[in-house]
Design a binder for this molecule. Structure first.
Ligand code: IPM
Ligand code: MN
Length: 456
């Protein structure tokens, strides 16, 4: 049925094809466009030929014929990828776990393929440290770097190529540094890269641990690690980030802009369910952040949906707290907060406050979890590209390394995730090798090396 489409057409349509009957049952999904780009990016990695290979594949006007004998182009490489996908998909037919959707299922038989998007500024400095630590665990992950971001924009007019989302869809996870640079307006760089990834792959939970580590000074007087241990579950696909809106009468006195927050029962509910599940595993306490006193519609729906989910978790004690009061509570009584569920914008703001409570924005990590199988999940530090210190080797890599630990856990490598988190705790507790944001003088790479040294 896809005969007659060119490789590029397949790619742009994101078609998924079911493999030949020899590979079934059960039905195995093969994704030819991934295969093409797989070839391209392997070559990019190995001999820098990617641009040619990609263009060759994309410009090939011949229809893509999908049988093992007649795969076009690059039969040898195609078969290799074909085989690899077959294995990966067979392994991922196992049921989803709490943290993992189809893409989060352990694929130990096949080395996970990680799309690495270092992005801009210090993103490029901290991501290599995360990779260094994961490699030091003895894991043979396949890290493939995709050179997207603001420099790509300056060169090509796009933050990422038009087939970027199709390419990313073929990976087991995405490891991202930071997106944004002063040469590109933020609303462009983010709406053409980070936010489409979160939305397209329905990474509907943004998971952000807020933990004060031993050895790190808390900005709150008299508070220590026992007081600050929260888990934020941020709705990550809609709310104030819906992208709905517009401007009219641009440049005139009558200029008008509207930006409409969108809240849907479906998105609130799936995010709330995840949060209740995590609360159940932890203390059984959940705070739902709202603003249903001022809002007449969106946060009223939020409260109703969270209240409905609560009935399925009678053992979880859920508290409804307005966002303004929550900001104060995080400062005054952080010890009373465990799992928190909040909308996209509220949790964006509150987790920066959380990062401050952790002692530095450079320590905070996040995982954008695609739990319904819509695509890979993405792991990134909470901090941005930090143009003020970029290029100096001074950025704190701990947030990125911690995000790497979240990625390991999501992919089913629990023990390894624990080892990385333990190394982070050790290095912070010792306090000898820390970057400037934590009062130290170490470089980014020195902290990475110390983390490797602290792995047990
Ligand atoms: C974050 C960031 C992003 C967000 C920006 C860069 C769009 O602040 O991940 O918290 O607001 O989600
Ligand atoms: Mn933020």
């Amino acid at each position: 049925m896809f005969d007659g489409l060119t490789a590029k057409e397949c790619l742009l349509r994101g078609v998924r094809l079911v493999g030949p009957s020899a590979l079934s049952p059960p039905a195995v999904t093969l994704e030819p466009h991934h295969a093409l780009l797989d070839i391209a990016f392997h070559d990019f990695q190995r001999n820098g030929a990617s641009v040619d290979v990609v263009h060759h594949a994309l410009d090939d006007p011949s229809p893509l014929l999908l049988s093992e004998e007649r795969a076009v182009p690059g039969r040898a490489a195609f078969s290799r990828v074909w085989e690899r996908n077959r294995l990966a998909h067979m392994v991922s037919l196992a049921p989803a776990t709490a943290e993992g959707g189809a893409h989060g299922v352990p694929c130990h038989e096949v080395a996970p393929r990680i799309a690495v998007v270092p992005g801009d500024g210090v993103g490029r400095e901290v991501v290599p440290e995360g990779i260094k630590v994961i490699r030091a665990l003895g894991l043979s992950f396949d890290f493939e770097e995709l050179p997207w971001g603001c420099e790509h924009y300056e060169r090509t007019g796009r933050m990422m190529p038009e087939y970027a989302l199709s390419t990313l869809a073929g990976y087991d996870a995405i490891y991202l540094g930071a997106i944004g640079w002063p040469t590109v307006p933020d609303h462009i760089s983010l709406w053409e890269c980070l936010l489409p990834i979160r939305k397209t792959f329905e990474q509907y939970v943004n998971l952000r641990p807020v933990r004060l580590l031993p050895g790190i000074r808390c900005p709150l007087a008299g508070r220590g690690p026992a007081d600050i241990d929260m888990l934020f579950v941020r709705e990550n696909t809609e709310g104030e980030y819906s992208g709905t809106g517009g401007r009219v009468h641009v440049g005139t006195e009558a200029e008008l802009a509207v930006e409409v927050p969108v809240f849907t029962r479906r998105a609130i509910e799936r995010c709330a369910r995840y949060a209740f599940g995590r609360a159940q595993e932890r203390s059984g306490r959940l705070v739902s952040v709202t603003k249903s006193n001022a809002s007449r519609c969106s946060y009223v729906l939020w409260d109703e949906v969270v209240g409905g989910v609560a009935r399925d978790y009678p053992e979880v004690q859920v508290e409804r707290v307005h966002v303004d009061a929550m900001a104060a509570r995080m400062v005054l009584r952080p010890d009373t907060i465990d799992v928190v569920v909040a909308s996209n914008l509220f949790a964006d703001i509150l987790t920066d406050l959380g990062a401050a409570l952790q002692g530095s924005l450079g320590l905070a990590a996040s995982g954008n979890l695609s739990l319904g199988g819509a695509g890979p999940s993405m792991f990134e530090p909470v901090h941005g590209s930090a143009p003020d210190i970029a290029g100096q080797g001074r950025a704190n890599p701990v947030g990125a390394v911690w995000a790497g630990a979240l990625m390991l856990r999501h992919l089913g490598y629990d023990a390894e995730a624990g080892r990385v988190e333990h190394a982070i705790e050790t290095v912070c507790a010792e306090g000898r090798v820390l970057t400037g944001d934590l009062g130290g003088t170490a470089t980014t790479a020195e902290v990475g090396d110390a983390l490797v040294g602290a792995l047990r």
